[in-house]
Design a protein. Sequence first.
Length: 59
Amino acid sequence: MENLPKDPVLMLSVVNTELRDYYPSLDALCEDRHVEKDMVIDALKRIDYAYDEGKNQFV
């Protein structure tokens, strides 16, 4: 599955799960899933989440 859910809450769940289980970074996830990193960051910013590189999660 290359695309992420459009709903930011669902996207948060999928992205954080994928980051935890499969990807060492947001860059790696976006490259593999063929999505724009800025799109993910902006979508999750709308629900008050930001990427924490040290934790490799949106918090």
